[in-house]
Design a protein around this ligand. Structure first.
Ligand code: NDP
Length: 229
């Protein structure tokens, strides 16, 4: 039987790169997008590939999660990829509280709530893996330049979620990891970023494939090196 993965925010950027990568490796891919009508790249891929199933999911609409779970028999891997940077160019003294709440909803709360809903399906899977796409800018050790209060804090809190999940689910054989995808040419990463989505997705695939319960609770770069919390 094919291994199955669910990827959020799969209509563009790194998420779409991951969809292509997992399909190329023979996986059954459940790809989610909050706006299927505009997800034309994903729709085109799905029309040519029976192993790609697309689902509508706004990751801040937690009520949709249990409904999604009833549509799937089991999952081997969930990749929490959907993310939002929030307002750019605002520093100390200009904190937009509403936007901070929104970024936290998407980057921090949604990944945990989704895993709470999909946990029974992951338990039925063979590999029991959870990967959260975090960011190096969420690392305390790497923060030498300040700023980025909203995005940094949301990813630092996501890292904390990963750590707790890894401890809570370790005895059941789960591997839970936080990933840095590199600085990637996407709408979020911008045109000056260092790598393309294919390079990032290939690297992330390899890292997830090579991870085992012994790596649970680690923060890993797309090239396989560890990142300090
Ligand atoms: P993009 O901005 O290109 O894509 C973001 C994706 O998240 C889109 O599919 C978007 O959907 C989706 N998304 C945003 N909000 C929601 C929501 N409420 N519900 C469902 N989906 C949502 O970003 P990237 O591909 O660059 O980023 C992917 C992940 O990688 C993020 O978690 C990001 O924080 C992380 N990352 C990226 C880096 C980079 O250099 N690019 C560096 C470090 C980390 P829609 O199209 O509908 O808006």
């Amino acid at each position: 039987m094919k291994k199955s993965v669910l990827i959020t925010g799969a209509n563009r950027g790194i998420g779409l790169g991951l969809v292509k990568q997992y399909l190329s490796q023979g996986w059954l891919v459940h790809a989610t997008s909050r706006s299927l009508e505009t997800a034309s790249d994903l729709q085109d891929l799905a029309s040519n590939n029976a192993d790609l199933i697309i689902h509508s999911l706004d990751v801040t609409n937690y009520e949709q999660f249990d409904q999604l779970a009833t549509q799937l028999p089991s999952l081997d891997l969930v990749i929490n990829n959907a993310g939002y940077y929030g307002p750019k160019g605002y520093g100390f003294g200009q904190t937009d509280v509403e936007e901070w709440r929104r970024v936290f909803e998407i980057n921090t709360i949604a990944p945990l709530k989704l895993i709470e809903s999909l946990y029974p399906l992951l338990k039925k899977g063979t590999t029991k893996k959870i990967a959260c796409v975090s960011s190096k800018v969420g690392s305390m050790a790497e923060n030498t330049s300040g700023g980025g209060y909203i995005y940094r804090s949301s990813k630092a809190a996501l890292n904390s979620v990963v750590k707790s999940l890894s401890n809570d689910l370790r005895d059941e054989g789960f591997t839970v990891i936080a990933l840095h995808p590199g600085w990637v040419q996407t709408e979020m990463g911008g045109p000056n970023a260092l790598i393309d989505t294919t390079t990032s997705a290939k690297g992330l695939f390899k890292v997830i494939e090579h991870s085992s319960v012994n790596h649970s609770g680690e923060f890993i770069n797309y090239d396989g090196t560890r990142i300090a919390w």
